[in-house]
Design a protein around this ligand. Sequence first.
Ligand code: PLP
Length: 234
Amino acid sequence: MTSIAENLEKAATRIRSAAEEAGRDAQGVRLLAVSKTKPASMLREAAGAGQTAFGENYIQEALEKIEALSDLPDLEWHLIGPLQSNKTRLVAEHFHWVHSIDRAKVARRLSEQRPEGMTPLNLCIQVNIDDEPSKSGVRPEEVPGLAQALSGLEGCRLRGLMAIPDPANPPPVQRERFRELAGLLAEVRRGVDNEDLDTLSMGMSDDLEAAIAEGATILRLGTALFGPRDYEAQ
Ligand SMILES: *Cc1c(COP(=O)(O)O)cnc(C)c1O
């Protein structure tokens, strides 16, 4: 077995035991392989071991890999890095998910630019859950209003919320942040009557257990699958 296949197995085992611990069905937790900075050959290896969903931070880098792996039929591409409104067209044409929505304008453009015949683009609102001035994402109190603004878009489906809590938080605070995000999703679901709202994109290599305990449905794992990165994304 290759090391990426082994890492995928280890991650699956961690997910299963965390789900069991939390009294949840592990089927309700999807693994997104975060492949920023990693070459297409490593993604191909992961795909060979059964991984289908990949998360990328940079649009240009992602497009190169999407092209390089276009012979693999069932891959699903998730944008998890910041998206400026002048870059929306390529994202609308090539991705399946965007986890980093923080403005209605960007979502409206994605919706208008989503090609006919493609399934709607899945969106998550990124929440600055620690309310740190320098971080991307909307403030928690802005989430219900933005969700309302996104709920009628033709080319997109609002699926839920995403957050990247400050990794410097001690574990109990980290878990508290995940719980707050889950609470926000529940609040949004009460406000907009939308059964598509089923997604909590939270939890990374170091904190996936806490995220699963608080209801994560998509984990974003980079280092645990592909090893450390030579340079950082953000
Ligand atoms: C890089 C990145 C991850 C993966 O982080 P790891 O600690 O390597 O698992 C997850 N989410 C986002 C938004 C990222 O930029």
